[in-house]
Design a protein around this ligand. Structure first.
Ligand SMILES: Cc1cc2nc3c(=O)[nH]c(=O)nc-3n(C[C@H](O)[C@H](O)[C@H](O)COP(=O)(O)OP(=O)(O)OC[C@H]3O[C@@H](n4cnc5c(N)ncnc54)[C@H](O)[C@@H]3O)c2cc1C
Length: 407
């Protein structure tokens, strides 16, 4: 038996339309036939996904799912973006993630013509970025960003230390969050934080930026970079707008609607990716339980294991239904802040639990690099940490329910 013998879940009513079913099938076939073999070869080498794979994703139009058709995108919604991402993450988490580096990222420049051109490039997969918000001392608390931007004529000069910038070397641009001024009395700590667009050539760092890859335990396909900024010059025209607004980047403080919407989309997108990884674990277990024999039986005969698989499948289905609901709310223009935090929290915690159980069902073979389940387990583990940890999601949810404490 092979992965082709496992029947993946169908898109159900009320979300199913012929167009979405076709999109899901295209993404599912691509993930199985194109992404999975690449992941199997390159994940053990901790390598980056090849440019050829990115070009194949671009040919499908998936870097522009949410970019308007006027700008060469597919003009679809958060739902379709998550639908494709779940399928891609089912084969390799990082491929589900690279889509987020298109979708109009890094196009919020003030000049209309330039913005239109960048949107077209983004939709075409020819403007793929990296995001450098976090720093060694500023992770959950992004208002603590210390990178300084100092005005010098028509340029800004950036100096600081960024950590965790995924895809930075391979990117066409890096969005860097920096402090242009200190907050004034009575302002939020995030006042004075602004994003800058660092335009660069793929495969090199510009003058004033150097990088060292971080040796991660998973999430391969991307290299993740520690970046030193030392006198990096950025023209004033590349100071981005509409991303964090004047309020700065305090993700937890709420901020402007556009910021909040971007964060909410990132959360539901992470939930969909986590569902993809957990589904991979369920599908591999479905095969392994029938393949492995003990006590003269396939281990799929043992009710304890059958029920464990049933619990896993039920939890994945529950998380999928939740991301679909939240993506729909966002497409309807609902704020859905609490729901986005809740789905990120529940789906990612579910993925950790399900991939852990999948390893158990694989016995000793699960604890080897001969089976994919160890990759799912390593990748799922990240999903409760990045894009806002589980604790930060709980903080967002509880802040909507209770008066704010001092922490
Ligand atoms: C593989 C990987 C890829 C990443 N990619 C990127 C990227 O591309 N760009 C980017 O900018 N960043 C990226 N990040 C950074 C990521 O967003 C941060 O790691 C994450 O936000 C957590 O920050 P931290 O690691 O500094 O942990 P900390 O903020 O130091 O948290 C440590 C612990 O304290 C908890 N905690 C913190 N504050 C509170 C609180 N108020 N209440 C309760 N608990 C709290 C956290 O939940 C966590 O358990 C990446 C991280 C990883 C690991």
């Amino acid at each position: 038996m092979t992965i082709r013998d496992v029947q993946p879940p169908e898109l159900l009513s009320p979300w199913r339309t012929p167009e979405r079913a076709a999109l899901q099938k295209a993404a599912r076939d691509f993930a199985r036939d194109v992404v999975l073999p690449v992941a199997d070869e390159l994940d053990p080498q901790k390598a980056e996904m090849p440019r050829e794979l990115i070009e194949q994703l671009a040919e499908q139009g998936w870097f522009g799912i949410t970019v308007s058709a006027d700008h060469g995108g597919l003009g679809l919604g958060v739902f379709e973006y998550c639908l494709v991402s779940e399928e891609l993450a089912r084969s390799w988490l990082s491929v589900g993630s690279i889509l987020a580096r298109g979708q109009g990222l890094g196009t919020q420049v003030l000049d209309d013509d330039r913005r239109a051109g960048l949107l077209r490039r983004s939709a075409a997969g020819d403007w793929i970025g990296s995001i450098a918000l976090s720093e060694p001392t500023a992770g959950s608390d992004l208002a603590g960003v210390e990178t300084q931007a100092v005005r010098d004529g028509d340029d800004w000069v950036l100096t600081g230390h960024k950590r965790w910038a995924g895809n930075a070397l391979a990117a066409d641009f890096v969005e860097v969050l920096a402090r242009v001024r200190e907050p004034e009395e009575g302002e939020s700590r995030s006042a004075g934080l602004e994003p800058f667009l660092v335009v660069k050539e793929r495969g090199t760092f510009p003058d004033g930026m150097s990088g060292t890859p971080i040796d991660k335990i998973g999430y391969h396909g991307f290299l993740t970079w520690d970046l030193q900024l030392d006198g990096l010059r950025v023209p004033d025209s590349d100071r981005l707008t509409g991303l964090y607004g004047d309020e700065g980047a305090d993700a937890d403080a709420g901020g402007f609607a556009s910021v909040q919407r971007g964060l909410n989309i990132a959360r539901v997108h992470t939930a969909a990716r986590a569902v993809g990884v957990a589904r991979a674990a369920v599908e591999d277990c479905t095969l392994y339980l029938q393949e492995r024999e003990q006590f003269g039986h396939p281990i799929s005969d043992f009710q304890a294991l059958r029920f464990a698989l049933a619990d896993m499948a039920a939890e994945v289905a529950q998380a999928r239904a939740f991301w679909q609901q939240v993506a729909h709310l966002l497409d309807e223009g609902e704020p859905a802040e609490q729901e986005s935090a809740a789905v990120k929290l529940l789906a990612t915690e579910m993925a950790v639990k399900v991939t852990n159980q999948a390893m158990q069902l694989h016995g000793g073979n699960g604890y080897t690099t001969e089976r994919r389940v160890e990759r799912y387990w390593r990748d799922a583990r990240l999903t409760t940490i990045f894009e806002g940890t589980s604790e930060i999601q709980r903080r967002i949810i509880s802040d909507r329910m209770l008066p704010r404490g001092r922490s």
